[in-house]
Every structure is written in structure tokens, then in C-alpha cells.
Unconditional design. Structure first.
Length: 338
């Protein structure tokens, strides 16, 4: 075999998944590597990460013409691609590498939406290292957000949850804030005794501050019995509701039976009080809404978007969902905040 049908990439702020898929939906390769967001690495740095993963995937798929185009369609769904100029720059750079005959480049939130529904429209909120939202109406209109962090008013990704937990732990220790179980649990996650020890380790450069994203699952777990952690989680719920509500309003969908899909490492398997809070908050603005986590990972959405370019039918779509789901299970234990 010399060429795959689809080269699919879900490139996030903490990890990158890359798949090679055949036209019948069979999976030739699925590999994972470090984050590849061009917002943080630049276009060339982003593509260097993808290029390394692509070489690994080509070996796994046993494609025997490494010098030729690797796929018919390349679907790159990337965090940090938020403006048309950024899409154009990435599309041009990918085109220059000759990986595929056709290119589809967009923000990774579109992969979450496609992974979660076959309807082709709805709203998706992704919460990985950062947070973002996209809405698509039945007539094809889009509602998007820049999602550049605090400078565009964003709060709610795994990094924000982790940093809020670190701050709450520090304030619990010195008395500026209420006592919380995070005072013990947060430094313990990093093998340290106190929040002061953690602050010193980050300040001295012995521990990268970016690693606070690892604390997001801890915050969700502690929220069941700790009021401070529960407050952080409630803040997240309100931010998810705000994003989805604005998208629904912009697209005139508040009275429609819309699916709101939740994805990314923080929300991929969300349930319990957090899901209830999001559902309840959104129903105040859109009574007919259905809120649920995506059943499939974002890489599935990227692959499906590539197959859509080829006019793939329902049987092909079902096969790629099934095979990528099985292949994805071997990646368990690797960070999924992307």
C-alpha cells in the first residue's frame, strides 16, 4: 500500500493524536505525541511535531512509498487555530509539505462536534488544557470564539482548574482563605508536603508551572466532599454554560432541540454534579437542549471530517468509530487534556 485515504490530526495544547485511515474506515495507524498547538509552537514547530508522529504512523501502517503523498485527504483539527489568517498559514505550510491531495484545516473544537454527532450541526464545548466552543446551525452558519486565554476572557481549561487549586491550597495553608482538602492533596500530587513547598518548587524552576493541568481530575474528585473544590467546579460549569448559551443565541437556536457536546480531557467523560449543573444552566436559556459528553474522542471527529470529504457512507463512519475506539484504548494512561 502506498497511500492512506485520510491523515487525521487532533492537535491540542497538551497532546497530539494522529491517525491514518483507509477509505473503508479501517484504521492503519494511531499514534500519540506531545502538544502541537501553533499558538504556542508557531506553525513550523507545530508541523515538526506532526511530522515526527507521521513518520511513526507511516512505519506502523507499513506504507511503502514514503516519498509520495501519504494520504488523499489531510484533516488537521488544531487548538490555537482561531482566526482565518491562522488557518491560511497552517494550510499553506501543510500544502508545501505535500502530505495529501486535499486539505481540511480548522480548530479542534470542530472535531469534538463531529465526533459527538452525525447531525452536522449543534454546539460543542471542549475543555482540555484550555476551553473553547463552536456552534454550527442547520443552515451552516458558525459561532466561534477566539479562545486566546485571559486576554479574550476565557477561563475553564485544565490549566485554569489546576492553577485555581494551587491558589486555594496556598490560601488555605496561610489563612487567607477557607480550609480545604486541596491544601494536602495538591502538593501531595507532586510528592511534596505543603503548598509552600510547591510554590517554591515552581518558583525555582524545579517544577514546570504548566504541570498544574495534571490537577484537574483531582479537583473534580475533591469537589464531592470539599466546598472550595466544589466552588472551582461550579465556576467551570458556569463558563461552559456561558459559552454554549452565547453560541446558541448567536445562531438563533435557543428554541431548537440542539445537542450540546462536551469534549476534551476535562469533559470527555463528565457526569454527576458537573454535568447536572451544565445541563440545568443551559436549559434556562434553551429548554429543548440535550447536553452530553461525546461518545468518541476528538481524533474520531478529525477522521470523520476527512472521510466526509470523500463522501463516506454510514457503514464507513461506523467502522472508523469502532476501530479508532478500540485503538484509542491502548493510549489510556497518557494525558488527554487537549
Amino acid at each position: 500500500m502506498t497511500r492512506a485515504a485520510v491523515l487525521a490530526v487532533d492537535g491540542g495544547n497538551s497532546k497530539t493524536d494522529l491517525a491514518l485511515v483507509e477509505a473503508d474506515g479501517s484504521v492503519l495507524a494511531l499514534v500519540r505525541g506531545p502538544f502541537s498547538s501553533p499558538q504556542h509552537l508557531g506553525v513550523e514547530g507545530c508541523l515538526a511535531v506532526i511530522e515526527g508522529l507521521l513518520a511513526e504512523a507511516v512505519r506502523e501502517a507499513r506504507l511503502n512509498d514514503h516519498a509520495g503523498r501519504i494520504a488523499q485527504v489531510a484533516a488537521l483539527l488544531m487548538a490555537g487555530v482561531d482566526f482565518p489568517a491562522e488557518e491560511d498559514a497552517l494550510r499553506e505550510a501543510v500544502g508545501n509539505r505535500g502530505w495529501a491531495l486535499e486539505l481540511h484545516v480548522d480548530n479542534d473544537t470542530f472535531a469534538v462536534l463531529r465526533a459527538g454527532t452525525e447531525r452536522g450541526w449543534g454546539v460543542a464545548v471542549t475543555c482540555g488544557a484550555g476551553i473553547n466552543c463552536v456552534g454550527v446551525s442547520p443552515d451552516g452558519r458558525h459561532a466561534r470564539f477566539p479562545a486566546l486565554g485571559a486576554i479574550t476572557g476565557d477561563w475553564g481549561g485544565g490549566y485554569d482548574l489546576g492553577l485555581a487549586a494551587v491558589s486555594a491550597a496556598a490560601r488555605s495553608e496561610d489563612g487567607r482563605g477557607p480550609r480545604t482538602s486541596l491544601e494536602r492533596a495538591v502538593p501531595a500530587h507532586f510528592g511534596l508536603a505543603t503548598p509552600s513547598d510547591l510554590a517554591e518548587a515552581i518558583h525555582a524552576g524545579r517544577l514546570e508551572q504548566r504541570r498544574v493541568i495534571e490537577l484537574a481530575p483531582l479537583v473534580l474528585a475533591e469537589a464531592a466532599d470539599d466546598a472550595v473544590a466544589a466552588g472551582i467546579v461550579q465556576h467551570l460549569a458556569s463558563e461552559v454554560v456561558a459559552l454554549a448559551r452565547v453560541a446558541l443565541t448567536r445562531l438563533d437556536l435557543t428554541d431548537e432541540p440542539v445537542e450540546v457536546l462536551l469534549g476534551g480531557g476535562v469533559l470527555q467523560d463528565v457526569d454527576g454534579d458537573l454535568l447536572k449543573a451544565i445541563d440545568s444552566g443551559l436549559r434556562e436559556a434553551a429548554p429543548a437542549v440535550t447536553v452530553r459528553p461525546t461518545a468518541s474522542a476528538a481524533i474520531v471527529g478529525a477522521a470523520l471530517l476527512g472521510l466526509d470529504q470523500l463522501g463516506a457512507g454510514t457503514a464507513v463512519q461506523a467502522r472508523v468509530r469502532s476501530e479508532l475506539g478500540t485503538a484509542f484504548s491502548r493510549l489510556e494512561g497518557v494525558s488527554t487534556f487537549g
